[in-house]
Ligand binder design. Structure first.
Ligand SMILES: [Zn+2]
Length: 233
């Protein structure tokens, strides 16, 4: 849950001369206070959106929020006063945090892209590619390919036995890589990278990822493939 809303803070205070308090009638007992209203997320000021002036009597605590009543007949005075009061930078803290976070993720994203590019150009046995299939129309359109061996520009790869509905860095406990492999040209992976289908390249993972798990390629599937191949000949 995100807690957000608005708050206000006094950003400037000065004695207000020749101003009779409308409640206790004392002159020179009031202060003028400039209040900034700001949007907060979890009480961290994100950005200010208004400045207003309030007259507060130090004697009876009466507050006058009507700016026209504080400077009767001189609206430009109040405008000028508010303009001279600078908004303190801390009222933009949240904005700074948000911008830093965007900057960080952009940087981290660019760095990951760079890393993926170098991994694809110099493939190693054990590399795991997470690919989003544009052909699969269901939500389960992500699968993994594992490099078993690199021979020249050819990669011997195995498919994961499951499809996933998003980016994963860990296999389902019942999933693994089929114990059969196919040769593909490494340019095919580079093609996936350029088209955006290659979502992630994983290398140097530990055993908790399940990437070292093999599963038997089912005979029924093998038979179907055989039938398909026979019919094509
Ligand atoms: Zn008063």
């Amino acid at each position: 849950m995100i807690i957000y809303g608005w708050n206000s803070r006094n950003i400037k205070q000065a004695p207000l001369e020749n101003y009779p308090c409308p409640q206790c009638q004392q002159t020179d007992s009031s202060h003028i206070v400039v209040v900034a209203k700001y949007v907060h997320i979890f009480w961290i000021p994100v950005f200010p959106y208004s400045k207003s002036a309030v007259a507060i009597c130090t004697q009876c605590k009466h507050e006058t929020h009507d700016e026209k009543a504080i400077f009767p007949g001189n609206a430009s005075n109040i405008k000028r006063l508010k303009a001279t009061v600078r908004l303190p930078l801390y009222l933009f803290s949240g904005l700074a945090i948000i911008l830093l976070a965007i900057g960080y993720f952009t940087y981290a994203g660019a760095r990951e892209d760079k890393l993926a590019e170098s991994y694809v150009q110099e493939p190693q046995a054990g590399d795991v590619y997470l690919i989003r299939s544009y052909e699969e129309k269901s939500a389960y359109n992500h699968y993994l390919l594992k490099v078993r061996d690199v021979v020249g520009d050819s990669l011997w790869v195995s498919y994961s036995s499951y499809f996933y509905n998003g980016i994963v860095s860990k296999l389902d406990p019942n999933d693994g890589f089929y114990d059969i492999m196919y040769p593909i040209h490494k340019d095919e992976i580079e093609g996936y990278r350029k088209s955006g289908e290659l979502k992630k390249v994983m290398r140097g993972y530990d055993s908790s990822t399940g990437f070292n798990r093999d599963v038997e390629f089912p005979d029924s599937l093998a038979n179907q493939i055989q039938v398909l191949q026979d019919s094509l000949q």
